[in-house]
Each structure stands twice: as structure tokens, then as C-alpha cells.
Write a protein that binds this ligand. Structure first.
Ligand code: FAE
Length: 542
């Protein structure tokens, strides 16, 4: 009788076992090779190296591993699999501790204040926590750190972009192929699921979304359900009290202890399960050099979870894949170009960066429109006004999972902001600097305001003035969705091959030119699936 278990499920099972035993041993490297009783050491040479363990990186490693190519993944963050003293791997948003943020003295939550009080933030001990907020003057960027990258901290919204907009942003990519093959493949690999509409109408978890929907409808706007990689059946059971609470326990930006299909449970587990992939944690790639024979050498800084440098190591490879995210991959190539290590890199390195038009805002509801004390931290509904010819907006209805009634409706609006920033290399700090000004964020505010002014007018409601510091109503000084820096077809060819540097590839969000019109990880995953298929067929001898 044929086995009912798909190769990906079997690999995922093997990989999960490897991740769990690595966590139990407290090691910094994970592989699922049969002989791996001892944690694997970093080799001197590996045929393929993938930097980072986010979406693009995870897809790439799985497909390399399946093709039988020994692959090392290098991740600067921790493996998030070991319960701390409180029995949980991650801390909650209401009681953050050292696990919450990447080497900060105090948490930096997106809602700066509530009723002008700094209630969300707490002093913490600097540690290799799971969420980073990287500051660049007028813009700061949230990113995940650890095995799974952004999948550990994000809102799990798994949205395939509108085809007409995808064709607009990446016109040279074959949309038939993307929508016929790679988006479905990405959705399957990520474990995307959909909320049961009947349950949605009656549950407590999404009372806050129903209140926002009512307000949107009163102004004539439609809403759309948002697919997710959070397990909606788990959420249903959370509400029934059958399982430990995670989305209903105010867990999201500092990690979810349950319910979420983050990459360590999907693509990365399957990659490890091939037996060909090893993950080295707390290994930060600092430099990329090319040898006369065309291979690459990486200078890698190894730290402990308290930030102490415990060694500098060198790793050679023939095929190098950058999956360190828009900030990480762009910085690595800018540094390599501007320090003269890879002088062939061109002018497009660091260009075409955008915020995906992110802007956050809150509305004050009427006293009778309660949003509920129990709120799923995983959004499931958005106001879809992307067809507006002047101000397209897709606004997720976000929770305020404070555990008490707030009468606040919160939104993360994704807008079509044409402004782009760029990165420059700063030799004094050996880091990338983002060139982005406050005025470049204004189109995002204009678009969100056009939509929400109408909603407020129709409902006789007002904006919240107490959430983002001072009396500002729109927050566009941070983004969750950094995109671009190494744009497909500009810094790379149409499959992510870096121009001027054979066997060097980009696989992550830096390929997308600043905007994708919806939450970006499905687009990143699908593009990575497309690109690695071509690269394996044409570039990697087997
Ligand atoms: P990413 O996931 O950022 O992974 C990069 C990895 O590389 C990280 O683990 C880094 O630690 C590591 N790294 C960086 N530099 C180095 C180096 N030099 N050496 C070694 N390792 C390095 O890359 N998107 C959605 O689609 N839906 C959502 O609901 C959503 N919500 C979000 C909520 C929050 C709070 C945040 C922060 C993001 C959210 N996003 C969401 C965005 C999404 O997580 C993001 O677009 C992807 O994670 C980007 O994937 P990449 O593969 O580009």
C-alpha cells in the first residue's frame, strides 16, 4: 500500500525531532544527519551556504537539501525551542522580559503609549531576544531574529497579492507561472489556512474585527478575510479553553508558544529532514570575500546569547545565497562593494527600498461598540479598498490584546506609496544607513487618511490621539515590511543572481521593489520557490 505521508511531511517530522533534541542539548548547531549524536561543527567548506533562516532562506535550503546538496545555514539569532524558567519558550507582550527584544535595555513596542501612558514598555536585560527594532533616523524597521526570522514574530497573515498589482511591481516575472505554480506551492509549504466564516461571526476572538467591519460597511467599504499560518482550529480550541492560550494570550510580536506554523515547523524542519542541511545559530556573517578560484569565503562572528563574541570563523562555499532579509542582505553587499571586497557590485546595490506603504492608526469607538477583552492577536480581516484609483489601501484590522476593554480599533494600513529610499555604507560604523525622510512617508498617511476620514465621518467617530506619542494620529515612522535594496532585475538578474558575481544569489525580501500591496511573506516565499528551481536546474551541478 502506498504511504499516505508526503516526502515533505516525513522530512518535517525528522527535522522537528532534530530541532527538539538540539534544544534539549542546548547546542548552537542543528542537523538531522543519522550520525549526528554530536552537534555538527562548522566545516571549512560547504558546497552551498544560506545566510539567514527567514522565508527566502528556508525555501532555498529545503530545495538545496532535497537536491542532495550539503548546505549550511548561518543565523545570527537563537534557536527558539527551549522553555525558560516559566515553562514557556517565548514571553508574552504584557510581561516582556529578556527574551522579547534583540539587545535592548527597554522594549520598543509599536504602540508607544495608551492614554498617553507608557504602559506597553518595560526595562529588560540586553539579550539575543526575538524581535529587533533597527533605527535609521526618521524610520525604524522591525525584524525577527532567530531560527525562522520574521516568521517567529509576525502576525501570520498569509496573503497572496492581487495579480494586477504583482504584474505592476514585477512586470518581467511570468505571472501565469507565479499564480499557477509558485503561489500555490508557497501556500502549501507554509501551511496557510482560512478562518471558518460561521465561527468568525459568533466567536469572542474576533469581536474587535466585527466592530471594525461594521464601521467600514457603514462608510461603504468592503472587507476580506485574511488567510493565516496561525492554526485557526487551535484558536477555536483556545477559546473553548481546551488548549493553552497563545493568540488569545497576547502572544505575537515576541513569539507564539503555540498555534503558529512558523518556519521552524514547516520549511526549515523539512530542510533539516533532508539530512543535508545544518543550521548554525548565533553566527553572524560579517564579510563576503571572493577567492581567485571563484569560491566565496565568509567571515563569521560567533557570539553567545548575551552578545559576547566567542570566535571568528571562516567558511568557504561555491554557491552563496543571501537570505538575511532586506536590511541584512543589503548591508552585506553594500559593505562588500564599498570596502572593495566585491568591487564588481554595481550601483543598484542598496536601491529601491520601501516600507510597503505601512502606516498604523487607531479609531475611538462609541461606548456601545465594545471590542472585547478577549482578542485574537492574529488578525483575520482587512478593509479592502485597493481598487481605489487615487488612494489604494488594504487595512488590516489589528487587535489591541491588552486583556481589557479599550474601545480602540487599531489598523495597519498597507498603502501604495511610490517613494523609495536607499542605503549607503557608513565606514565609521561599518554599517548600512537608510536614506529616508519623514516627507517620504506622507503619501502613506494621505492614503490612510482618505479612507479613515470617511469611516469616521460615517460613524461619527474620531481618531485616537494617545497611541503614538504626542498627539499624532498616524504612525508611519516604523515599518514591519521592509522590502527592496537588492531588487530583482536590477541588482540581480530575473532569478536573483547578483549581477557581476557568479554563484552569488539573493533569495529574500530585498528582491521586491519596496511594495507588494499586501503583507509580504507569501510573495517572498513564492519568488524564492521560483528562483531556486531555476538556479538548481541551471547553475548547480549534481
Ligand atoms: P527575514 O524573515 O527577515 O529573515 C532574515 C533572517 O536573517 C533573520 O533571522 C536574521 O536574524 C538573519 N540575519 C540577518 N543578518 C544576518 C547576518 N549578517 N548573518 C546571519 N544571519 C543574519 O527575511 N508579513 C506577512 O506577510 N504577514 C504578517 O502578518 C506580518 N506581520 C509582521 C509582524 C511583525 C512584528 C514583523 C516584524 C514583520 C511582519 N511581517 C509580516 C513581515 C515578514 O515577517 C517579513 O516580510 C519576512 O519575515 C521577511 O522575510 P525574509 O526572508 O526577507
Amino acid at each position: 500500500m502506498p504511504s499516505m505521508v508526503s516526502p515533505m511531511s516525513r522530512r518535517r517530522f525528522l527535522g522537528m525531532a532534530a530541532l527538539n533534541s538540539a534544544a534539549a542539548l542546548g547546542v548552537t548547531a542543528v542537523s538531522a544527519r543519522p550520525a549526528s549524536a554530536e552537534p555538527p561543527v562548522l566545516p571549512e567548506f560547504s558546497p552551498a551556504v544560506v545566510i539567514g533562516t527567514g522565508y527566502g532562506a528556508a525555501v532555498t535550503a529545503l530545495r538545496l537539501g532535497e537536491a542532495g546538496i550539503p548546505t549550511v545555514m548561518l543565523e545570527m539569532g537563537r534557536l527558539w525551542n527551549t522553555p525558560a524558567g516559566d515553562g514557556n519558550v517565548f514571553c508574552s507582550m504584557l510581561k516582556p522580559d529578556e527574551r522579547s527584544m534583540w539587545f535592548k535595555n527597554r522594549t520598543e513596542a509599536p504602540l508607544a503609549t495608551f492614554l498617553w501612558l507608557d504602559l506597553a514598555n518595560h526595562d529588560i536585560r540586553p539579550h539575543a531576544g526575538v524581535l529587533d527594532r533597527v533605527h535609521f533616523g526618521d524610520m525604524s524597521v522591525y525584524v525577527g531574529r532567530g531560527v525562522g526570522g520574521g516568521s517567529l514574530v509576525n502576525g501570520a497573515m498569509a496573503v497572496t497579492p492581487r495579480r494586477d498589482y504583482f504584474e505592476e511591481i514585477l512586470p518581467e516575472v511570468d505571472a501565469d507561472e507565479m499564480y499557477g505554480k509558485y503561489f500555490p506551492r508557497a501556500n502549501a509549504g507554509l501551511g496557510v489556512n482560512h478562518v471558518d466564516p460561521a465561527w468568525f461571526e459568533t466567536c469572542k476572538s474576533y469581536g474587535y474585527a466585527r466592530v471594525s467591519r461594521k464601521a467600514a460597511q457603514k462608510a461603504g467599504f468592503g472587507t476580506a478575510f485574511v488567510p493565516s499560518v496561525y492554526d485557526f482550529d487551535y484558536l477555536r480550541r483556545e477559546e473553548l479553553g481546551e488548549v493553552p492560550r497563545s493568540a488569545l494570550g497576547s502572544e505575537v510580536i515576541y513569539g507564539n508558544n503555540h498555534g503558529k506554523r512558523s518556519l521552524d515547523k514547516t520549511y526549515l524542519a523539512a530542510a533539516l529532514g533532508t539530512g543535508n542541511v545544518t543550521i548554525q545559530t548565533l553566527h553572524e556573517v560579517r564579510e563576503i570575500l571572493r577567492q581567485p578560484d571563484g569560491t566565496y569565503t565568509l567571515v563569521v562572528r560567533q557570539t553567545d546569547a548575551d552578545g559576547t563574541v566567542v570566535g571568528t570563523r571562516h567558511l568557504g562555499t561555491r554557491h552563496l545565497f543571501l537570505g538575511a532579509g532586506s536590511l541584512g542582505s543589503t548591508e552585506l553587499l553594500l559593505r562588500a562593494r564599498d570596502t572593495g571586497r566585491l568591487p564588481e557590485l554595481g550601483e543598484e546595490i542598496g536601491r529601491g527600498w520601501g516600507t510597503n506603504g505601512n502606516v498604523m492608526l487607531g479609531r475611538a469607538n462609541h461606548i456601545w461598540d465594545t471590542t472585547g477583552t478577549l482578542q485574537s492577536a492574529m488578525p483575520a480581516l482587512g478593509i479592502d479598498n485597493w481598487s481605489d484609483p487615487v488612494h489604494p489601501v488594504f487595512a488590516e484590522i489589528a487587535p489591541v490584546p491588552a486583556g481589557l476593554e479599550t474601545w480602540a480599533s487599531l489598523y495597519l494600513a498597507i498603502t501604495k506609496n511610490p517613494e523609495r529610499g536607499h542605503f549607503t555604507y557608513d565606514a565609521a560604523t561599518d554599517s548600512a544607513r537608510l536614506q529616508w525622510s519623514v516627507s517620504q512617508g506622507q503619501p502613506s498617511i494621505d492614503a490612510a487618511k482618505a479612507l479613515f476620514d470617511k469611516i469616521n465621518r460615517a460613524n461619527a467617530t474620531i481618531y485616537r490621539y494617545d497611541l503614538f506619542g504626542g498627539t499624532r494620529t498616524f504612525e508611519n515612522r516604523f515599518t514591519y515590511h521592509p522590502l527592496g535594496g537588492l531588487v530583482l532585475g536590477k541588482a540581480t538578474d530575473l532569478y536573483g543572481r547578483v549581477k557581476g558575481c557568479p554563484n552569488l544569489y539573493v533569495t529574500d525580501g530585498s528582491l521586491i521593489p519596496g511594495s507588494t500591496g499586501v503583507n509580504p511573506f507569501v510573495t517572498i516565499t513564492a519568488l524564492a520557490e521560483r528562483n531556486i528551481e531555476r538556479v538548481l536546474a541551471e547553475d548547480v551541478p549534481r
